[in-house]
Design a protein around this ligand. Structure first.
Ligand SMILES: [Zn+2]
Length: 312
């Protein structure tokens, strides 16, 4: 057994660490055939002596009850999100957003960090990782204690005025929304606590048009339109946030990708940059990702199980 492990380690050390990184067909073929423990060992070897940046997506929060947009079985949940241009231009779009978000918010607000968030926090706090670049807007990495977190797509816990830039807590806006719409508050109270049915990672959810038409939204004290401090479809991530993510990425000597299918360029660019630098890239996700061909090691399965096994 010991010999077997040594042989495996030597093998992976050659193909993964010394060997020509992801472009090697041998490494690709081997990784496809390797079993889970081989992959974990390979991941540990790839990250040994390295200080990765950790890139996370919706898949790390599904264990906290926040559904993934693109994970297994989510196709039927797909719905049209409000786009930025539409949100700014249309009073109806803003009503639609806030009515739906009003239903979804409590399940995001009350979600608890899971084993993956805890493990990511340990990597960050111990200095083993340079930090965490997250595409999530749920704030669960920070709630688990992680300090070096860049929220690439913003934070749902904050709301910003489009006119005067004032920032307010989402929870305060929720209180005002419920006060403006007592009938809606009664409807929400009828839902069981923590029921995330129909909710999506952005706190949005499904509602019928009649309810949306009756819904009174909340404006800023300046009279401007409020918008959650998250990046909408059709909107770019904020430049200072992206710059912080690049600094974290550039200070890293590996990349650990968790729970994202890497469909969106704003996250995928960090994988491409790490590959260009020849850094080891470990991807742990349930299902395929768009950057699997760049992975030094690819683990398809439970993120929490794999990450906990890799966490010192
Ligand atoms: Zn304002």
């Amino acid at each position: 057994m010991g010999q077997c492990v040594v042989a495996r380690v030597t093998h992976w050390y050659e193909v993964v660490v010394h060997g020509a990184h992801p472009t090697s067909t041998t490494a690709d073929d081997d990784s496809r055939n390797a079993d889970d423990s081989d992959r974990l060992l390979a991941a540990a070897m790839a990250l040994a002596g390295r200080r990765p940046a950790i890139l996370t997506g919706a898949g790390v929060s599904t264990d906290s009850g926040i559904p993934d947009y693109r994970g297994e079985g989510t196709r039927q949940r797909a719905r049209r999100p409000v786009r930025f241009g539409e949100y700014v231009a249309s009073d109806h779009a803003r009503r639609r957003y806030w009515a739906r978000a009003c239903v979804g918010w409590p399940s995001i607000r009350d979600a608890q960090p899971n084993a993956t968030h805890d493990a990511v926090a340990r990597w960050c706090l111990s200095g083993r990782a340079t930090g965490c670049i997250t595409q999530n807007v749920d704030g669960l990495h920070q709630r688990a204690g992680a300090t070096e977190v860049v929220e690439l797509h913003g934070a749902l816990r904050l709301v910003r005025c489009l006119a005067c830039d004032r920032v307010v807590e989402r929870e305060a806006v929720q209180d005002q929304l419920l006060a403006n719409n007592p009938w809606f508050a009664a409807l929400l109270a009828g839902r069981s606590a923590g029921d995330a049915t129909g909710a999506a990672p952005d706190g949005d959810t499904d509602l019928d048009d009649e309810m949306i038409a009756r819904f009174h939204i909340v404006d800023c004290v300046c009279g401007g339109a409020l918008k959650p401090a998250v990046v909408f479809f059709g909107e770019n991530a904020e430049a200072p946030v992206v710059q912080a993510a690049w600094r974290m990425s550039e200070a890293s000597t590996a990349l650990l990708v968790l729970g994202t299918s890497l469909e969106v360029w704003s996250g995928r660019r960090f994988v491409e940059a790490a590959a260009k630098r020849g850094l080891p890239i470990v991807i742990i996700n349930r299902g395929p990702t768009r950057s699997d061909h760049l992975a030094t090691v690819r683990i398809d399965g439970s993120i929490a199980e794999a990450l906990v096994a890799l966490t010192p």
